[in-house]
Ligand binder design. Structure first.
Ligand code: SF4
Length: 326
C-alpha cells in the first residue's frame, strides 16, 4: 500500500484521510488507481493527436470537481474500476501497440503515487512513446516530482486566475496560486520539443517534450479569460504553448448542476469568440492553438458506453465494464 495514502496530503486539498483504509477524501477515491476508459483519441491538439491518435486513459475521481465538468460521470460520480499498477502498465502497452503516438493520462492529480508506479512498470516492460500528463494543475510541485522522468509532456489547464471564480465553480479559492506554481514547475522541467514529420508546421509534428497550457473560455466570463491570457503572455510565452478551448457546454445532467447557476445556460457565442481571437492577436500569442467555435452538444461523452465519443473522435481499447475490447 502507498504510504502517501495513510493520511492523504498528496494534493493541495490536504484532506488527511486514510485512503489506505478505504476512507476517501474530497477526490472520492480509495488508494487504488481507478480507470473509466482507455483508447485512441483523435480530438487533441494536432501535435498530441499526430496520425495515430493519443493513447488516452481517463482516471476516475477528481480533486477539483468543476461544476461544469463534461466528464462528470467519472470525475464526480465515481464511474470506473480499480486496476493494479501492472494492469495500468498493460493498458499503456496495449495503447502503444494499437498505434498511439503517446500515453495521455487524464485527471490523475489525486492518484499520482499509484500512477507513477504504473508508469514505472510500463517503462520496465518497454513502453517507449512519450507520456503526457493531462490535468487541472491543482497539484503541488512535491507530488509532480514523483512524475519527473516518467512524464515528458504536460497538458495542464489554467482554468482561472480569479480566486472568487475558483471558489464558486470548484470550491478552491487557492487554485490560481497553486496552478501558477504548478505550470511554472512544468515549464522549468520540460523544454518544448516537437519532432517534425515532413513539415515545419505544428499540425505535422509530434510533441515529445514540453508544456501546452489549456484554457477553457467560459461564456460571460471573458474578463477571466483575459486575465489568464495576459499572465501567460507575461510569464510563459516562449516556454510553453497555449491552447484556447471554446467547447464549454452546459452539463444539465450533473449532480453538481445546481452550481451551474453562475453561468449562462449556453455555449460561447460568435461575438465572444471573435473577441478572444482578437485578444490573442493583441497579446502576440501566436504559439499554440485555438479551437473552432463549438456550438452543439453532440460531442459530450457517455462513459457508460464502450465508445463514449463519436467513432471519428475515438477508438476504444479498454472499458471499465468490459476490460480490453477485442
Ligand atoms: S488526493 Fe484526494 S484525499 Fe488526498 S488530499 Fe487530495 S482530495 Fe484529499
Amino acid at each position: 500500500m502507498e504510504p502517501f495514502y495513510e493520511s492523504c496530503t498528496q494534493c493541495p486539498k490536504k484532506c488527511g484521510t486514510a485512503r489506505n483504509a478505504g476512507i476517501p477524501g474530497f477526490c472520492g477515491e480509495p488508494a487504488e488507481i481507478r480507470l473509466a476508459w482507455a483508447g485512441l483519441h483523435f480530438g487533441e491538439e494536432p501535435p498530441v493527436t499526430g496520425s495515430g491518435g493519443s493513447g488516452t486513459l481517463f482516471v476516475t475521481g477528481c480533486n477539483l470537481g468543476c461544476s461544469f465538468c463534461q466528464n462528470y460521470q467519472i470525475s464526480h460520480d465515481g464511474m470506473g474500476t480499480a486496476v493494479s499498477p501492472e494492469e495500468f502498465a498493460e493498458i499503456c502497452l496495449a495503447l502503444a501497440s494499437s498505434g498511439a503516438e503517446n500515453i495521455n493520462i487524464v485527471t490523475g492529480s489525486h492518484a499520482i503515487p499509484g500512477i507513477a508506479a504504473g508508469l514505472q512498470e510500463a517503462t520496465l516492460q518497454g513502453l517507449s512513446i512519450p507520456v503526457l500528463w493531462n490535468s487541472s494543475a491543482y497539484e503541488t510541485p512535491e507530488a509532480l516530482s514523483l512524475l519527473d522522468g516518467l512524464v515528458q509532456v504536460w497538458l495542464p489547464d489554467l482554468k482561472t486566475l480569479n480566486p472568487l471564480l475558483a471558489r464558486s465553480v470548484f470550491r478552491a479559492e487557492d487554485y490560481p496560486a497553486v496552478a501558477k506554481k504548478a505550470v511554472r514547475w512544468m515549464a522549468n522541467h520540460s523544454p518544448l520539443s516537437i519532432e517534425q514529420t515532413g513539415s515545419t508546421s505544428y499540425p505535422n509534428g509530434k510533441i515529445v517534450s514540453g508544456v501546452i497550457i489549456r484554457h477553457l473560455a467560459l461564456p460571460g466570463k471573458l474578463a477571466d479569460t483575459e486575465l489568464v491570457l495576459r499572465w501567460f503572455a507575461e510569464h510563459l510565452q516562449g516556454k510553453a504553448l497555449l491552447s484556447l478551448m471554446t467547447q464549454y457546454t452546459p452539463v444539465s445532467k450533473s449532480a453538481h448542476a445546481a452550481a451551474l447557476d453562475a453561468f449562462p445556460d449556453r455555449v460561447l457565442d460568435r461575438t465572444e469568440y471573435n473577441t478572444l481571437v482578437n485578444l490573442l492577436d493583441e497579446l502576440g500569442i501566436d504559439d499554440g492553438f485555438y479551437q473552432e467555435l463549438v456550438q452543439d452538444t453532440e460531442w459530450l461523452p457517455d462513459f457508460e458506453r464502450i465508445q463514449p465519443f463519436t467513432s471519428v473522435l475515438a477508438k476504444p481499447v479498454w472499458h471499465w465494464k468490459q476490460g480490453f475490447i477485442r
